[in-house]
Write a protein that binds this ligand. Structure first.
Ligand code: APR
Length: 271
């Protein structure tokens, strides 16, 4: 038993679960992660569900967003340009948000070779900003544009001069990378998630209700093969009952303490 990490604001009730989660991560051969809006909550970005969630407060957006885009991409780009010129509160919050301790802790788990891949449902780019590189943004990213034909991605630095913009590679129509309701998940993302999930022997889910497919399916598939699932989430979810370890509190400090514990285990094993 390693020395308990000095805890900050969290009750020591979690210490045993933190050590169990760290042991599972440290002994895994190929651990992946699924993250959701909850990992960015401490960066000031609201979640979707739960008592203060965006969907809870304002209802889910229309499911025909992609249909609207497909019907008239030029008009759709006109609305995007307008929103870009006059961003709403959420857009401004995401643009100004910075990674928090949970993002940095997961980037550190990647750096020490424990976390092999992160599948994130978030479009805020905060994992990448924290230094994570082995990453699939399965719902896209607000800072990128994507061609709907060849999937090539380019930075979304300024409003295009022509609506809709066309891909330099193939001439296809270019849209924002963020996946809309009704839009197929880009095939390159699906393929990468399938490959990563298929070879994983451990999965940690951080800040997600795990109710949206196909993202959640890639995590479930690891558990269905008998490998451990670890949940780090403020509230219990539908996956809690399937997890080897489930710790319900804020991801920032939990992930920092889990990562510190993993590094202690790895150091002890190396000596
Ligand atoms: N630390 C850890 N977990 C937190 C924190 C926190 N500080 N704050 C909130 N949470 C948890 C909530 O308890 C909730 O279970 O994060 C979870 C967020 O769940 P959702 O709001 O459902 O977000 P997510 O799981 O990412 O949703 C998946 O749904 O609408 C789509 O495209 C959208 O990518 C999104 C997908």
């Amino acid at each position: 038993m390693t020395q308990p990490i000095e805890s900050g604001g969290l009750p020591d009730q979690h210490q045993q679960s933190i050590e169990r989660a760290a042991a599972l991560l440290a002994e895994s051969r190929y651990c992946i992660a699924l993250t959701g809006a909850g990992i960015s909550a401490e960066s000031g970005i609201p979640t979707f569900r739960g008592k203060d969630g965006l969907w809870t407060k304002h209802g889910e957006p229309p499911l025909n967003q992609y249909e609207e885009f497909s019907a008239d991409p030029a008009a759709w780009w006109g609305r995007v340009a307008e929103r870009r010129r006059n961003p709403d509160q959420l857009t401004a919050t995401i643009a100004e948000a910075q990674p928090n301790d949970a993002h940095f802790a997961m980037a550190e788990l990647e750096r020490i070779g424990v976390l092999k891949h992160i599948i994130t449902q978030n479009v805020d780019g905060l994992h990448r900003a924290a230094g994570a590189e082995c990453l699939t943004e399965i719902h896209g990213c607000t800072t990128l544009l994507r061609c709907i034909e060849c999937n090539s991605r380019t930075p979304f630095d300024e409003i295009p001069e022509v609506f809709p913009p066309r891909c330099d590679q193939c001439g296809g129509i270019v849209k924002t990378d963020t996946v809309m309701f009704g839009e197929p998940i880009p095939p390159d993302c699906l393929q990468r998630c399938y490959v990563e999930s298929s070879q994983a022997d451990c999965v940690i889910l951080v800040g997600t209700t795990a109710v949206v497919s196909p993202a959640a399916d890639f995590a479930f598939a690891v558990g269905q093969r008998g490998h451990p699932m670890i949940e780090v989430n403020l509230d219990p979810t539908i996956i809690t009952q399937y997890c080897a370890v489930a710790i319900h509190d804020r991801a920032g400090e939990l992930m920092s303490r889990i990562t510190a514990e993993v590094k202690q285990i790895k150091t002890a094993a190396a000596n």
